[in-house]
Structures are given as C-alpha cells and as structure tokens.
Design a protein around this ligand. Structure first.
Ligand SMILES: [Zn+2]
Length: 70
C-alpha cells in the first residue's frame, strides 16, 4: 500500500464519518494522530490511518449514546 492509497482510505473513512455525524471534523494540533497519539497524520486528516479515524468516531458515537441514556 502506498501513501496515495492510504490517504484515500483515510479520506473515505473521514467522509463517511462526516456524513454520519454531520459534525466538524477534528484536527490534529501537532501533526500526530489524535487517536493513537503515536503516528504522524495523513495529510488533511487528524489520523494516521483509516482504522484510527473509524475507531475515533466509533468511540465518540458510543460515548454519546451512553450519555444520552440517563
Ligand atoms: Zn493513529
């Protein structure tokens, strides 16, 4: 997998998440993935990989569902 493929995967994951959540997308303040906080981000995203983007959005979705319970 080359950088272009990776970038495209992340982009698609972010777009899918954006369509689902309809919220502003997160940005990385320091160029490091905001989910794993370990790897440099892919350009124009806040994540190092599609997996991190998906996990981030899944986590926040579950958090919101849990909080809206009571
Ligand atoms: Zn990451």
């Amino acid at each position: 997998m080359d950088d272009a493929d990776l970038s495209q995967q992340v982009e698609q994951a972010i777009i899918a998440a954006a369509l689902t959540n309809r919220k502003p997308q997160p940005v990385s303040p320091d160029g490091i993935c905001i989910w794993c906080e370990d790897q440099p981000i892919v350009a124009n995203t806040a994540f190092c990989s599609a997996e991190c983007g998906v996990d981030y959005h899944k986590y926040h979705r579950e958090l919101r569902q849990r909080n809206s319970g009571d």
